[in-house]
Design a protein around this ligand. Structure first.
Ligand SMILES: [Fe+2]
Ligand SMILES: [Fe+2]
Length: 351
């Protein structure tokens, strides 16, 4: 039985919603049987890079952390803690999935098993570093309990390849855009963790490249019409989730001197461009309706959150939320139907 009473200083994880980072499990048997032969050279090169462990000494807290953070107060404090928690959970979710994959593939696919073990090593560092940052705010997540109490979503290995690829690449862009912004505006650097983002995001970039090689080793994941439909679906769901969460946390981006809408636009635009190197299609982010519709979804989502916070009876809340949920689904459907860009054709021309 898991103890539900939080200990002092241990943060109860925020309620799970459609937007909170999820924990995944997959078909390990199918993962073990993946034929990786056509990407073998790439994967061997990446394995060597992962073994080299360039960030071995990076995640060490320096003296800049050794001070009181009580001056970060009120909404800014809450917004930052939420940011740290969400980031920590999503890094930790990556750790658990990679660790499990590595364990299950150990005797079946040694190359993959080692790759996943090394990626789990990185994600554990990332999650640990974030959790120590939460400690500076006198809170920390009890990750062992989180592991036991969260629900695990089953994803077929194909979906894992699409979604983890995207989450690594979107992670890269989120970290690097914040880092570059703070390089230009050091006055907004209110806490030292952001200084670590440059090398940190290189880890995510490497993980993304490994997933790209895995994806490209499976022709059915990019050669078929089905693959195109799935790619569109996953691109859109990752972008919609990003847009909605960034707008929910606009307060945090404001403390960094970033405009949430502009930050989100940059992250989505760049991740989509990057994804064109692995996926058969990219979304048409320059379509005049693309960002306006995504932003409309974020605005409806904020209204839903507002209703959630009210003390009205559940049924009334549901009635008020229903038209907003419908509007979000409708906008997402219209976004999905925007003609995508054929990345395979683009690749041919570049060659
Ligand atoms: Fe990470
Ligand atoms: Fe990663």
């Amino acid at each position: 039985m898991v103890n539900t009473l939080p200990k002092p200083g241990i943060k109860t994880p925020s309620k799970e919603t459609v937007l909170t980072p999820r924990f995944y499990t997959t078909d390990f048997e199918k993962a073990a049987n993946l034929d990786l032969s056509c990407q073998d050279t790439e994967l061997q090169a990446m394995l060597a890079e992962m073994r080299a462990d360039y960030n071995r000494h990076h995640f060490v807290r320096d003296e800049a952390f050794e001070q009181s953070w009580e001056h970060i107060e009120g909404e800014a404090r809450q917004a930052f803690i939420d940011y740290l928690e969400r980031s920590c959970i999503s890094e930790f979710s990556g750790f658990l999935l990679f660790k499990e994959l590595s364990r299950k593939l150990k005797n079946r696919s040694p190359l993959l098993a080692e790759m996943f073990q090394l990626m789990a090593r990185d994600e554990a560092r990332h999650a640990g570093f974030l959790n120590k940052a939460m400690g500076d705010f006198k809170l920390s997540l009890d990750l062992a309990t989180v592991t036991k109490t969260r629900t695990y979503t089953f994803f077929p290995i194909e979906w894992v390849l699409y979604t983890v690829y995207l989450s690594e690449k979107i992670g890269y862009w989120r970290y690097i855009i914040i880092y570059r912004h703070l390089e230009k505006h050091p006055e907004n650097q209110f806490y030292p963790i952001f200084r670590y983002f440059e090398s940190w995001c290189q880890d995510e970039n490497r993980h993304g490249d490994i997933f790209k090689a895995l994806l490209r080793s499976q022709p059915q994941l990019w050669k078929t019409w089905k693959a195109k439909l799935w790619s569109r679906f996953f691109l859109l769901s990752v972008f919609a989730t990003h847009t909605m969460t960034v707008h929910e946390r606009s307060g945090f981006y404001k403390t960094l001197g970033l405009d949430a809408t502009e930050f989100d636009r940059q992250v989505v635009y760049n991740t989509n461009e990057t994804a064109g190197r692995a996926f058969p299609v990219m979304l048409d982010t320059e379509h005049p309706q693309f960002f306006p519709r995504l932003q409309r979804c974020a605005a409806y989502n904020l209204q839903i959150a507002e209703i959630e916070r009210s003390s009205q009876p559940k049924f009334i809340k549901l009635m008020r939320k229903l038209p907003l949920i419908t509007a979000i689904i409708w906008n997402l459907l219209l976004l999905y139907l925007i003609k995508p860009i054929d990345a395979e054709a683009l690749r041919e021309t570049v060659r």
